[in-house]
Design a protein around this ligand. Sequence first.
Ligand code: SF4
Ligand code: MG
Length: 291
Amino acid sequence: MTVAALHKVSMAAKDYKSEVQTTWCPGCGHFGILNGVYRALSELGVDPTALVSISGIGCSSRMPYFINTYKMHTLHGRAGAVATGVQLARPDLAVLVSGGDGDGFSIGGGHMPHMARKNVNMTYVLMDNGIYGLTKGQYSPTSRPEMTAYTTPYGGPDEPMNPLLYMLTYGATYVAQAFAGKPKLCADLIKGAIEHKGFSYVNIFTQCPTFNKIDTIEYYRDLVAEIPEGHDNSDLGAAMELARRPGGKAPIGLLYQVDKPSLDEQLAKIVKKVNGSPDYDLNRIIDLARP
Ligand code: SF4
Ligand code: MG
């Protein structure tokens, strides 16, 4: 993300709570993730006036309402595209996207690869519960075939996608995975993602007790395994191997992190090459694009 918004204020985690009451069901995993976000923002001293929380549509996309900062609740699947525009127009701001598995990988599936490969300087927190919750329980890209839902009453025909392999393949420069039942780990990984310069992606397993009756908190607790000590998180091959779930266990922790120029830095280089200005200025970039 950007360092400009970091270490600017001293606020307790509770001070990042907005006045809007949460609307999630009792037992929803999203509460743990929201607490992780509050904690990460507090520990990093993020200036709430220099932060934009952006989402698409879904239960998880309600997150911006609950954070005391600037926010944009956009179209289904389009949060990343809007966030890319915000980041390029105002690279001095910290940009935090939150959304679900359906919103990100189905409706918004066309945007995800490009945020990653362009290394847009922002953080994407994907709250993965293997179902569409807000629209009352439909099969999503991360649903397991044995899950029954309104759209698949006899189970589904597809293998679930692997978000970590997807992000690693498309070139995300920070890839981590967490579980809502471990809020401290959520906070630590979100914190690392916000500090990271470039596209940072955190996949967080989160139970939907209302509609997904098989991916329970107990299921996720058994599924996950902390990444072993000694994992070299600069090694793409090692990260991919972990992402493939060796031994049937989904890794939690930081899989991969590398330092590469972000999209706004690359654009600034082009501007400098063309007209000698070392400063990033979106208007100059737009001028260059004019015939
Ligand atoms: Fe959470 Fe599921 Fe309720 Fe949505 S429907 S708030 S994801 S428990
Ligand atoms: Mg979902």
